[in-house]
Design a protein around this ligand. Structure first.
Ligand SMILES: Cc1cc2nc3c(=O)[nH]c(=O)nc-3n(C[C@H](O)[C@H](O)[C@H](O)COP(=O)(O)O)c2cc1C
Length: 266
């Protein structure tokens, strides 16, 4: 799966990653309270342009606003369901009770998930391990996975304040898998060896973010697909496609160098 990355991954990049091996992609985070206002620029962020399999990611707490958004939502080809963001570390979001703050709120999360399911849409979760080291030691992530009835859980194996320089705690995937839920591993995944190890731990899949920015062919390479094009031609193809779509982040994406990856904030 291609990870959501706000203001970096646009619809054209999602299409390209799908074409060359990613099974599933995600839109960048947005509050459903904002979507409920029918705000044009917010709706652009969740616009799907083709049949690339895509989960629409959102966050929020207001149940009436979630229903209001869903009342007006019309799925288009490519739409595969909704993803709740329970991982964003940003101060603003955390202060208003969303993102990583929600990891310790399984009852509230289950209510939101049920609302989406009542409308007949698939729903899954993307989360970190907790807000703090203590929450992580208290295993709030495990309680959430156990209590919430979502299709799958993408687990970024770091807690909120951990930067990308701290290695993710992959060993927690074993207990996440032991809950019997579908677990997708996320955080620093780059190679066949990584994927094999995570598969041995029982993970159902992997999500890749930053590595895909500099190598969108990584999905096809990890699947050993034959006859992949050169990176240069893939980026040219992306630029051509991005030019045909309303919202694209190609300028920002091309400014990122491999050595910048550990310093990206997300
Ligand atoms: C610039 C940037 C923006 C991000 N935006 C989002 C986002 O909108 N939603 C989300 O769930 N995660 C977001 N993330 C987190 C990634 O989806 C992913 O969980 C994280 O980068 C770890 O995976 P990786 O090591 O493969 O990059 C962002 C990360 C970065 C670096």
């Amino acid at each position: 799966m291609l990870a959501p990355m706000e203001k970096i991954i646009d619809a054209a990049f999602r299409t390209i990653c799908y074409k060359y091996g990613a099974d599933l992609t995600f839109t960048e985070l947005i509050r459903f309270e904002t979507l409920a206002k029918n705000n044009r620029s917010a709706l652009k962020r969740i616009k799907l342009y083709d049949e690339t399999p895509t989960m629409i990611q959102f966050m929020g707490t207001n149940e009436d606003k979630l229903k209001k958004f869903l009342d007006n939502f019309n799925p288009t080809p490519g739409f595969k369901g909704f993803n709740f963001n329970l991982g964003c570390p940003s101060q603003n979001y955390v202060n208003s009770g969303v993102g990583s703050r929600m990891i310790s709120r399984p009852t509230k999360t289950q209510r939101l998930v049920s609302i989406v399911q009542d409308y007949g849409y698939p729903v899954n979760i993307k989360m970190r391990l907790g807000m703090t080291r203590q929450e992580t030691l208290d295993k709030v992530y495990l309680k959430l996975i156990e209590k919430v009835n979502a299709d799958f859980f993408v687990v970024h194996a770091r807690y909120r304040s951990q930067s990308y320089k701290v290695p993710p705690k992959w060993d927690i995937f074993v207990e996440c898998v032991a809950t019997g839920k579908e677990i997708i591993a996320n955080g620093d995944i780059k190679s066949h060896e990584d994927v094999n190890l995570l598969e041995e731990m029982g993970c159902s899949g992997v999500m890749i973010g930053r590595q895909a920015i500099i190598n969108p062919l990584i999905f096809g390479q990890l699947k050993n697909l034959n006859s992949l094009p050169t990176l240069k031609s893939v980026f040219d193809e992306y630029i051509t496609l991005a030019g045909t779509r309303e919202m694209n982040y190609s300028k920002r994406l091309f400014e990122i160098r491999p050595e910048d990856l550990p310093n990206l904030k997300g």
